[in-house]
Design a protein around this ligand. Structure first.
Ligand code: SAM
Length: 265
């Protein structure tokens, strides 16, 4: 089974849980906004696409932080319905659409940001082709993701080896991403590995795990999940102060659409 053939998560069914369990800590959101602004070279004049925006964790905060126009696109109607009503439609337009067939003209965006999305998309190369088409020349593509070349970016991999295996199979490797980007004429520039705070304590992390906050936990059997949860709870009792309960490594690949290339082929 290739990474493109892994079963896909139906986000319409897990949207309410996602909104509850995936809230980012304010300091972590601030850390990422700084990086996105810097690597996306964003200013108040920028037009940004948050592709696979989900419940809008980054969409509106990015607009607030920069004054940029930020559009959130997601395939799942239910994920978009979880965008806090105070945000939807004010600073940011939210659009239901498939990343593999974006309803935007060529060269519309200065930056396309994707966070934990590409491995959920069926037809990734087509999606990246759409990203390249919609980017302006010189525009930046920022792909925030877990990176399988890092040994244990999240503590869950210690307790749920089957979930680690799922991610190893479905997340494109560094080399695969490099190849896919070059195929659509985007130039990979650099990876940035960010040590971020994901939870305040072992207990809050366990609560997230019980809600299957990582999508790979939905792709293992219930038996495997329960066995892993018991291992996690035992370890939390023995080592509640292990910093890995609170900190994890999430990475971002920065790529650019060359000035002289249109991105279409
Ligand atoms: C793990 S969530 C990430 C949400 C958000 N970017 C975040 O970081 O919180 C993955 C999202 O990708 C969306 N998605 C999956 N396939 C998609 C596609 N073909 N086009 C647009 N969005 C898609 C899902 O509906 C889901 O909201």
């Amino acid at each position: 089974m290739t990474s493109e053939q892994m079963p896909l998560i139906n986000y319409d069914t897990i949207a309410p849980d996602y909104a509850e369990s995936r809230q980012m800590l304010p300091e972590t959101l601030a850390q990422w906004l700084g990086l996105i602004v810097q690597e996306g070279r964003l200013s108040g004049d920028s037009v940004v696409l948050d592709l696979g925006c989900g419940v809008g964790l980054f969409t509106d905060p990015l607009a607030h932080a920069t004054g940029a126009t930020v559009c959130g696109v997601d395939l799942s109607r239910e994920m978009l319905r979880q965008v806090p009503p105070a945000l939807a439609g004010l600073l940011t337009p939210f659009v239901q659409a498939d990343g593999s067939a974006l309803p935007f003209a060529e060269v519309s965006f200065d930056c396309v940001f994707m966070s934990h999305v590409l491995h959920h998309v069926s037809g990734r190369t087509q999606c990246l082709r759409e990203v390249a088409r919609c980017l302006k020349p010189g525009g930046r593509f920022l792909n925030r993701t877990l990176r399988t070349s890092l040994p244990t970016p999240v503590i869950e991999y210690r307790f749920f080896p089957e979930a680690k295996e799922v991610d190893a199979r479905r997340l494109p490797s560094d080399a695969e991403l490099d190849t896919m980007l070059r195929a659509v004429r985007l130039t990979p520039l650099r990876w940035i590995d960010v040590w971020q705070k994901g939870a305040n304590s072992a207990e809050t992390r366990l609560a997230q795990i019980r809600q299957k906050y990582m999508s790979s936990l939905h792709l293992i059997t219930e038996e495997q999940f329960q066995a892993g949860l018991r291992r996690a709870e035992r370890y939390a009792r023995q080592h509640p102060d292990d910093p890995a309960w609170q900190y994890e490594t999430v990475s971002m690949l920065v790529a650019e659409k060359p000035d002289e290339v249109s991105g279409n082929d």
